[in-house]
Design a protein around this ligand. Structure first.
Ligand code: BJ8
Length: 382
């Protein structure tokens, strides 16, 4: 990343990292580097990093393969599941094709049942994620992490020591600190960059295969943004926080609809933003498996019941980012996030006294007009 370039070019390059990473993935395969495909932020990436493997997100975000998926899966299923399955089945996603192993977790019902069919054409290993963050749940999750380490050792014929995992924890923590420092630019008032650019950078870094270079890249980028903010003045507009399902290329339309209609997205609480990054893994705990289990089980996903950690993070972020309103993005047929809209609405309206709106969308472009109309009406009243 050459920082002599202007900011729009740099942001667009981050936006292209996923596509450009296909070649890099092939090169890594040619060098014999194992590639682990993942579908969820609950997977402790440190396990892969500890033995020199790479991880890549296989969560697709395009409607291109949905009709292929619907030959096997019900139409009334979340587009993220259908699209990801479709890309795998049709071999249209190079990341899926190059993955030696896919790791899934028992998160939502649709995803965990989909893996049963995915196993027919790809090696898939499932981690049993508890549905609650209880003491018992923590024990189960720690045990699952140990089992996954053993699966990786056996499959790739390697030994993963505690010291290897400790080293990986440090690398991932440094990455998290740097990414967090970047998205925390969203706290600035007046704003210094748009939500669509924050999203491009966050999404791009998840597809970087050089994790150790991320802190330096973020440092340079932050410095450049701060320097240019002296001359790039952004007019005052309402500040929005996005929560809900993860976003991807197809659902960038939501960010665009918000920012085209008079507001800024200053924060992403979902798995495309803070949810996966905010907390670090303890580097002090001598039990590396317990340290990993504690960090990952804390993730406030709606597949947990109850799910207090989503509220806790929202509470903190609404204040810290001086948010004027919250928009909850639900992918069609995502029952857990959809059911949770009521408690999020109650929390945002009653406890934080802020406006809230939930929108349901998919990976098509057919609702862009409707999104614009709803955003314009919502933002106007702020
Ligand atoms: S930790 S948000 S990445 S599960 S949108 S497939 S929940 S029906 S993506 Fe997720 Fe992990 Fe949770 Fe994050 Fe199911 Fe809903 Fe689809 Fe979803």
């Amino acid at each position: 990343m050459k920082l002599q370039k202007d900011l729009p070019t740099i942001f667009n390059e981050f936006g292209e990292v996923r596509r450009n990473g296909f070649i890099k993935a092939k090169e890594l395969k040619d060098q014999g580097v194992p590639l682990i495909g993942v579908f969820c932020t609950y997977f402790p990436q440190e396990l892969a990093l500890a033995f020199g493997a790479q991880t890549v997100s296989l969560c697709a975000s395009s409607d291109e393969t949905i009709s292929d998926a619907e030959k096997d899966l019900p139409r009334n299923l979340c587009p993220l599941i259908k699209s990801s399955y479709g890309f795998g089945k049709t071999d249209k996603c190079p990341y899926f094709y190059f993955s030696d192993l896919v790791v899934g977790e028992t998160t939502c019902d649709g995803k965990k049942k989909m893996y049963e069919y995915m196993k027919e054409f790809k090696p898939v290993s499932i981690m049993e994620l508890p549905n609650s963050q209880s003491e018992e749940g923590l024990k189960l999750w720690k045990n699952e992490i140990v089992k996954m380490k053993e699966t990786l050792e056996e499959m790739f014929n390697v030994k993963i020591s505690d010291a290897d995992i400790k080293r990986a924890i440090k690398i991932k923590n440094n990455e998290r600190k740097a990414v967090k420092k970047f998205y925390e630019l969203g706290k600035k008032d007046p704003v210094v960059l748009k939500g669509e650019d924050i999203f491009k950078v966050l999404n791009g870094t998840t597809f970087s295969f050089d994790r150790e270079s991320i802190p330096k890249q973020m440092e340079e980028l932050i410095e450049k943004i701060e320097k240019e903010s002296i001359k790039n003045k952004y007019p005052k507009k309402p500040r929005i926080l996005i929560t809900g399902c993860p976003l991807g290329t197809a659902t960038e339309k939501v960010i665009k609809a918000i920012e085209d209609n008079g507001a800024y997205v200053v924060a992403f609480e979902n798995c495309s933003g803070a949810k996966a990054v905010e907390d670090l893994v303890s580097e002090e705990n001598p039990d590396v498996f317990e340290a990993l289990a504690e960090k990952y089980l804390k993730i406030g996903c709606s597949c947990m019941t109850p799910n207090p950690n989503r509220i806790k993070l929202l509470d903190k972020m609404i204040d810290e980012y001086k948010v004027d309103a919250v928009i909850d993005v639900i992918l069609t047929a995502c029952h857990t996030y959809n059911v949770e809209t009521l408690s999020i609405k109650r929390f945002v309206n009653d406890k934080k006294e802020k406006p809230y709106m939930s929108i349901e969308t998919d990976f098509s472009t057919s609702d862009i007009g409707q999104l614009n109309t709803r955003m314009a009406a919502f933002i106007e009243m702020l």
